[in-house]
Design a protein around this ligand. Structure first.
Ligand code: FES
Ligand code: FES
Length: 191
């Protein structure tokens, strides 16, 4: 009887380093990163897309890596919390988390920070959230011809506490120790 191989080779860049890795077609990006490449920055909390501990930037957008099959992302650019900084310096979001004592446990914090970096980009791009009032942001809803607006027609998203909580709602902490994350993100959003 022929035994079909289910292994495939994928090329991915992780935190600036190119890798070719052979994975079973059922391997998630999270397992490829952790088990095959030894990158333990993204954590396996629930393994079901419910906690956000495994959040990575995948071609610039945040995803739950436990729900992404590695075989589908040949050629992808991945950034984990460990690769957010550059030139030996922490990412500004990491510094804001330190400044506001927003670091939580090692399990949820990497995902929280990656998600926070991505949500600022999403807000900057004018993507509305479920709590964005009509007129904030630009690209969603009514076409974005609301108040104000920059040269590209987008108004500046108001990142109040409700917006930040909503946009970070995919990143859970089992201990509910969220209090300092919102001001940490607001600090960077103001700059
Ligand atoms: S481990 Fe991926 S969302 Fe929980
Ligand atoms: S502090 Fe990380 S899960 Fe609560």
């Amino acid at each position: 009887m022929d035994v079909e191989t289910t292994d495939v080779e994928v090329s991915i860049r992780v935190d600036g380093t190119a890798h070719r890795v052979t994975v079973d077609i059922r391997t998630t990006l999270l397992d490829a990163l952790r088990e095959r490449l030894g990158n333990t920055s993204p954590k396996k909390g629930c393994d079901h897309g419910q906690c956000g501990a495994c959040t990575i930037l995948l071609d610039g957008r945040r995803v739950n890596s436990c729900l992404a099959l590695a075989v589908a992302y040949d050629g992808a650019e991945i950034v984990t919390a460990a690769g957010l900084g550059s030139d030996g310096e922490l990412h500004p979001m990491q510094r804001c988390f330190i400044q506001h004592d927003a670091f939580q446990c090692g399990y949820c914090t990497p995902g929280q920070i990656v998600s926070a970096v991505a949500m600022l980009r999403e807000a900057e791009a004018g993507w509305p959230s479920a709590v964005t009032p009509d007129g904030d942001g630009g690209d969603g809803g009514d076409g974005g011809d609301g108040d104000g607006g920059g040269a590209d027609g987008r108004s500046r998203m108001i990142l109040d506490a409700d917006e930040i909580r909503e946009r970070m709602s995919g990143n859970l902490c089992r201990c509910a120790a969220y209090a300092n994350i919102v001001p940490a993100i607001q600090e960077l959003a103001r700059r």
